[in-house]
Write a protein that binds this ligand. Structure first.
Ligand SMILES: Nc1ncnc2c1ncn2[C@@H]1O[C@H](COP(=O)(O)OP(=O)(O)OP(=O)(O)O)[C@@H](O)[C@H]1O
Ligand SMILES: [Mg+2]
Length: 373
């Protein structure tokens, strides 16, 4: 059997390769069991999708639940949304392919569904041909009507939910709300990384989704637990890793899930049997070398002041007061108003984020790379 690298950097594998998140899991299960919708929010790559996958994995044997996950990151309008939703529902019947077609025809026949199967994975996908706004609404109504009649309780996780705010159709929120919220049999899990957009979607009085969900603001994994998890997997493979090496990994990656995973994945694949800080440094150096061509581009695509500010924030790691004269003078950033303009631009480009009262770079590797320049 091919052995897996125990540190996945893209997909969720199984509980064996998933660290902690016990209390978050409990919160999600409790919300589902009590028909409460929830919204999971965190900065990018911290583990939202994996947490949903993990929860569904734990719940997969529950006969009273039917669990559906879909990601709307790539959808541009309501029509796309409905196609992705139908595909997710069909995917649920994947183990019973003969059922797929009949279900689809019964449910969405009037919308001329086209069913196809992915050549590589064999996964089914559905495309409806919706020819008017009225048809779009009717298909949505048909899907949720179908869900409300299921014997099992339906749980639908929609990843990257803030995407709906970019749809060009009018009243998307109101329409979705009517069908989603008005459905006793369906519990929703929304998830996304645009904190500002998600919070206003659910927390502004005048908006249709106002106070319709609880929130789970995902934080970094507890460092103690993470160290144990990493140690366990190296030990299991007959390798040793020192406490100092573990500390260095977590510090260098700022305890941020994806970046920790990436370093551990590389350390594991490098074949080192005895890992100390020197080995970690070698790997982190290699990662930054590899990314140099990507990172060099910023020097050209950003203005001089934006690049200077990006570098200055990187040097500080966490920056509380971008307008402080000491900070501006230290990095020769000109005036406060120029700093403010650059800050807005860097945030809009998702290069910098404001979290827990301070600014930092979203990409920890880019931060480390800039610190070395
Ligand atoms: N608790 C965990 N233990 C181990 N690995 C994890 C954990 N949480 C997430 N990961 C891994 O970290 C990587 C990033 O996680 P994930 O894709 O779930 O983040 P995300 O918050 O959904 O990111 P994005 O904002 O880009 O959608 C994945 O490879 C995932 O498997
Ligand atoms: Mg995700």
């Amino acid at each position: 059997m091919k052995t897996l690298n125990p540190f996945p950097t893209i997909e969720y594998i199984s509980p064996e390769y998933f660290c902690d998140r016990e209390s978050e899991l409990k919160y999600i299960v409790e919300s589902i069991d009590n028909q409460r919708n929830i919204t999971i929010v965190s900065r990018r790559r911290l583990g939202k999708t994996a947490l949903i996958r993990h929860s569904f994995y734990q719940l997969r044997k529950r006969k009273d639940l039917s669990l559906h996950y879909f990601d709307i990151y790539a959808t541009r309008n309501l029509h796309d949304f409905i196609n992705v939703l139908s595909t997710a529902l069909v995917g649920y019947f994947e183990s019973k392919p003969e059922k797929v077609l009949s279900q689809i025809i019964k449910l969405l026949g009037q919308f001329r569904p086209k069913l196809s199967f992915d050549e590589l994975s064999g996964a089914p996908s559905v495309e409806l041909s919706l020819q008017s706004e009225a048809e779009t609404e009717q298909s949505l109504a048909a899907i949720f009507d179908y869900l409300s009649k299921q014997k099992q309780r339906v749980v639908i996780a929609i990843d990257e939910f803030q995407q709906i705010t970019n749809y060009p159709e009018k009243n998307v929120e109101a329409l979705l709300r009517t069908h989603i919220q008005g459905n006793n049999n369906v519990t929703m899990i929304y998830s996304g990384s645009n904190r500002h957009m998600l919070v206003s979607l659910f927390n502004e009085y005048a908006r249709p989704f106002y106070q319709s969900t609880g929130f789970l603001f995902l934080d970094k994994i507890n460092p103690g637990q993470y160290k144990e998890f990493i140690l366990k997997h190296f030990k299991k493979a007959g390798r040793e890793i020192s406490q100092n090496a573990l500390l260095l990994i977590l510090d260098w990656a700022q305890g941020h899930t994806y970046f920790v995973q990436e370093i551990c994945n590389r350390l594991y694949s490098s074949g080192f049997t005895n890992i100390d800080t020197a080995e970690v440094k070698q790997i982190t150096f290699r990662i930054l070398e590899e990314r140099t061509p990507l990172y060099q581009v910023y020097n050209n695509v950003l203005t001089v002041s934006q690049y200077a500010l990006l570098k200055a924030i990187a040097m500080e790691t966490l920056l509380e007061k971008p307008n402080a004269s000491s900070f501006i003078a230290k990095y020769k950033l000109g005036g406060a108003s120029s700093v403010n303009r650059s800050l807005v631009a860097l945030e809009a480009k998702d290069l910098v984020l404001f979290e827990n009262n301070s600014y930092s770079l979203t990409d920890i590797f880019l931060m480390r790379w800039l610190q070395r320049q």
